[in-house]
Write a protein that binds this ligand. Structure first.
Ligand SMILES: Cc1cc2nc3c(=O)[nH]c(=O)nc-3n(C[C@H](O)[C@H](O)[C@H](O)COP(=O)(O)OP(=O)(O)OC[C@H]3O[C@@H](n4cnc5c(N)ncnc54)[C@H](O)[C@@H]3O)c2cc1C
Length: 401
């Protein structure tokens, strides 16, 4: 029996919105959970974000019918001299990172099946239509809690004309391709090639993969599609047809001032990409989005939702810090050999370690004194270390990170 009547509206029904709905529908104090999603779940959706590093966060059985296609052992980082090289050139360094709960998914299917599960649990879906600014205001009037899970830039900030608050983004292109991926089905590949960003080839099966390229820095090519084609040729994955390629942006967390994730007067809370929390180094955002929804629901259950911005920020802090340092390893030195040595020092750690556990990463690097000394023998890198641990860098919206 529900004990009180609180209604929740969730705007945006992708991974973060679905995670929010899944949490709320089980809360005693919540009566109605309604998800507004502009797309139809049965239509083709944006083909992105298909590696889920911790699939335990998605409450579905892990089988192909639910979109969980390739249960990977880990991911392989391959560091090269740069982009101006032949496909025969060997990498400067290779590192295998474990990922026990990692899957390459068909994300459309995951979301369809997740929405289906939620419908059965009583969540109401309104799909196939964008929430407009006028409707947004009606929703904030009508519902006790509003979760904005609309991605970046969030509907809330668009309506409030605060989009510039997001400090930056990563541009990424991706597509599904056919080919032979049997050589690395267990260890999908990530290629670092001397720019801030990377390309990837993530097999969903032995004959089918999600491939792409992304840039996180200011130096981006003039022609994104040609850059993807060249990366495919160099790195030995099939060149996608232009009409199959999606282009998208990923917010670089924490690109918003932490307090911007809660609008107390309307009881609006931002989760996932809308909250600007995707990993600023490698662009991962699915697990981050789900975790933010989980945190929010737990706080609402306890009646402590006003501390959501602080709790979210503290939860993400190690990840922001580590991303800052990892990026520094490239940006401050621009030395592919050093990056390769750092990658090799991380061999055998997990994706979670290199994403969210700075101590484990630093511990590993210190075991390689030559690499560690080289890394910190740079004023920019020392400054990054200092800033990362004195919190002076996090939400300075004027600086590119
Ligand atoms: C090319 C690419 C590859 C990526 N690869 C990975 C990866 O391998 N692993 C990973 O973890 N992350 C990856 N990411 C990042 C990841 O995709 C995002 O972090 C993640 O999708 C964020 O989920 P979200 O639910 O917060 O937002 P989104 O996925 O952006 O979803 C927002 C939802 O809101 C809906 N919406 C928006 N506006 C409205 C409106 N006005 N009314 C109603 N509905 C609305 C949209 O239709 C959409 O369904 C990748 C991103 C890109 C671009």
């Amino acid at each position: 029996m529900k004990s009180q009547d609180h209604d929740v509206a969730i705007i945006g029904g992708s991974v973060s919105g679905l995670a929010a709905a899944d949490n709320f529908v089980d809360l005693k104090k919540i009566n109605e959970v309604r998800v507004f999603e502009r797309q139809e779940y049965d239509d083709k959706r944006v083909d992105c974000g298909e590696a889920i590093n911790d699939a335990t966060l998605v409450p579905l059985e892990k089988n192909p019918s639910n979109g969980f296609l390739n249960n990977v052992t880990g991911f392989q980082l391959r560091v090269y001299t740069g982009t101006d090289r032949s496909s025969a050139e060997e990498p400067l360094g290779v590192s295998n990172l474990r990922c026990d709960a990692g899957y390459i998914c068909d994300r459309d299917t995951v979301e369809q099946q997740w929405a289906r599960r939620l419908s059965k649990k009583g969540v109401v879906f309104e799909t196939g239509k964008s929430v407009t600014a006028g409707e947004y205001h009606d929703i904030t009037e009508e519902y006790d809690y509003v979760v904005d899970a609309t991605g970046q830039p969030s509907l809330t900030h668009k309506i409030n004309d605060e989009v510039p608050d997001y400090t930056g983004d990563m541009v990424a292109l991706n597509a599904s391709v056919k080919g032979n991926f049997s050589d690395y089905i267990e260890y999908p590949r990530i290629f670092f090639e001397g720019y801030v960003g990377y390309s990837w080839s993530f097999p969903k099966s032995e004959t089918h993969a999600n491939v792409g390229i992304g840039w996180a820095g200011d130096q981006r090519p003039n022609d994104y599609m040609s850059a993807l084609e060249a990366a495919a040729e160099r790195n030995g994955f099939p060149v996608p047809a232009q009409e199959d390629v999606n282009i998208y942006t990923i917010p670089r967390g924490p690109s918003l001032e932490p307090q911007s994730v809660h609008i107390p007067e309307d009881n609006v809370f931002l989760v996932g990409d809308a909250a600007g929390i995707a990993n600023r180094y490698q662009g991962e955002g699915i697990c981050q989005g789900i975790r933010s929804a989980n945190i929010l629901a737990e706080l609402i259950a306890e009646g402590r939702e006003s501390v959501y911005p602080d709790v979210l920020f503290n939860n993400m802090k190690s990840e922001y810090r580590l991303a800052r340092l990892m990026r520094g390893a490239w940006v401050e030195h621009e030395d592919p050999q050093l990056l390769a040595s750092v990658a090799e020092a991380l061999e055998g750690l997990t994706i979670d370690d290199i994403t969210r556990q700075p101590r484990r990463v630093i511990g590993r690097v210190i075991q390689h004194p030559v690499v560690a000394t080289q890394l910190v023998a740079d004023s920019g890198m020392l400054k990054r270390l200092l800033n990362a641990y004195t919190d002076t860098w996090e939400y300075d919206t004027r600086k590119s990170v």
